[in-house]
Design a protein around this ligand. Structure first.
Ligand code: 13P
Length: 254
């Protein structure tokens, strides 16, 4: 059984004070949840204070990015070791906003994944097609290229330090969620690809999150699909009430 993982990607939202307000509420509201892995990914500056506040709770802390070098003259960058020291146990990598606005390539993301997992952190590796690619029926090709590029050179053992996230670009921040059939089709495609690249056991153990306009009213429908193992949530993770509802989604037998 794969344990569902619900992660909030706060993107560039929340000052330290606002971040602490939010997690104060969350800690209290979610203290009895044990069947779902809960992760919050604040902006860099809020990671340490949020971690200090959540220490000992069932809510883990992640980052939204990191650089692959260990240290040195890389102005403005943050290493995996720094994130670990600050209290992170997850790092989101290859988010479509990083690919789109900061021109991150699969090769670059591959190096970051390596850096993150060699520090003992879990990498949340994002893939997903644009609207144009979906309309031209190119999604399989796009996802295959992203995945093979990002996972290049990793062993099956290393794959177990990763979570994959399917985030169709056309569903991010648009309110246009993928249908459960569309999402399940891609998740199954990804899992089958991992079987081909590695083996059945590795693929069966791997968790694949869906991301893109996940809200309290659609989370249960998506999570009921056999290959959807969690959600990576943007907008709905910014308020305690909606994030709590997401984490406490109604579980249906798969
Ligand atoms: P929204 O939930 O706001 O669509 O964002 C999804 C996302 O990009 C999570 O990483």
């Amino acid at each position: 059984m794969r344990k569902p993982v619900i992660a909030g990607n706060w993107k560039m939202n929340k000052t330290v004070a606002e971040a602490l307000e939010l997690v104060k509420d969350l800690r209290f509201k979610l203290e009895n949840v044990s069947e779902v892995e809960i992760v919050v990914c604040p902006p860099f500056l809020a990671i340490q204070p949020v971690y200090q506040f959540l220490k000992g709770s069932n809510i883990k802390v992640g980052a939204q990015n990191c650089y692959f070098e260990k240290k040195g003259a890389f102005t403005g960058e943050v290493s995996a070791a720094m994130l670990k020291e600050a209290g992170c146990s997850y790092v989101i990598l290859g988010h479509s906003e990083r690919r789109q606005y900061f021109k991150e390539t699969n090769e670059f993301i591959n190096k970051k994944i390596k850096a993150v997992i060699s520090e003992g952190l879990l990498a949340i590796v994002c893939v997903g097609e644009t609207l144009e690619e979906r309309e031209k029926n190119l999604w399989q090709e796009v996802i295959r290229t992203q995945l093979t590029g990002c996972l290049k050179g990793f062993t099956a053992e290393e794959i177990s330090k990763m979570i994959l996230a399917y985030e169709p670009v056309w569903a991010i921040g648009t309110g246009k969620v993928a249908s459960k059939e569309q999402a399940q089709e891609v998740h199954k495609f990804i899992r089958d690809l991992v079987v081909k690249l590695y083996d059945k056991n590795t693929a069966e153990a791997l968790r694949i999150q869906y991301g893109g306009s996940v809200k309290p009213d659609n989370v249960s429908i998506l999570m009921g699909e056999p290959d959807i193992d969690g959600a990576l949530v943007g907008g709905a993770a910014l308020e305690a009430e909606s994030f709590m509802k997401l984490v406490k989604f109604e579980r249906k037998a798969k």
